[in-house]
Design a protein around this ligand. Sequence first.
Ligand code: MG
Length: 262
Amino acid sequence: MGPEHLDIAEMTKGLITVKSKQELACMREAGRIVALTFAELGKVIKPGVTTGELNRLAEEFILARGGRPAFKGLYGFPASICTSVNEEVVHGIPGLRKLNNGDIISIDIGVEINGYYGDGAVTFPVGTITEEARRLLKVTEEALYAGIAKARPGCRLSDISNAIQVYVESRGYSVVRDYVGHGIGRNMHEEPQVPNFGRPGRGPRLRAGMTLAIEPMINMGTHEVRVCADNWTVVTRDAGLSAHFEHTVAITDAEPEILTRL
Ligand code: MG
């Protein structure tokens, strides 16, 4: 059977794309808009602000820079960013909810520009948060960097996963299993899946030019989650706090390049 009989989606399934220099330049631009949008949101996150206001600000900011808010309409998602407060893990829908002093809010932003994607997440404190919550945020961000440190040639995919899990569990928290990171490039979600848990030394060998969205979602209590009645918002089963940090990272022959950081 000649290639004309093969289904392209089937052929590319399981393949990890390696990006050219020019493609990486495009992804750098997408990542930069993600990072700039987070900086902009960071200035306005405070008690009294609604998640809908954050969504509108982010959308306008991304469009003004020539980008497209990539989550809008993706699988039918109804907004430009995801806003997940306190026990909400991911995929919270922005709306009329007002942020309160002591809340934490996880914001996930995707941007497409010139056909390439960037994806990042940050959990922000709202006003003054408890010492417990502050530690969860710190450990989750550090876990992301522990994972990124393994995003280099010579490592295998699950070395990233394992580094995150070990870091998090040694500090008494749990890793969400049901949602994972992913390859990214010409699509928001590409192969491979990047779990935040697992034994090291497994999965594909990492190569320069691969681009991954690494995104630990870390819970204070149980790792178990459930989806709410809106069919989007994911919450912890025990209603404990959850944090989420994400960067889009390019594997290089030297240090990993973080594309969603200024
Ligand atoms: Mg992602």
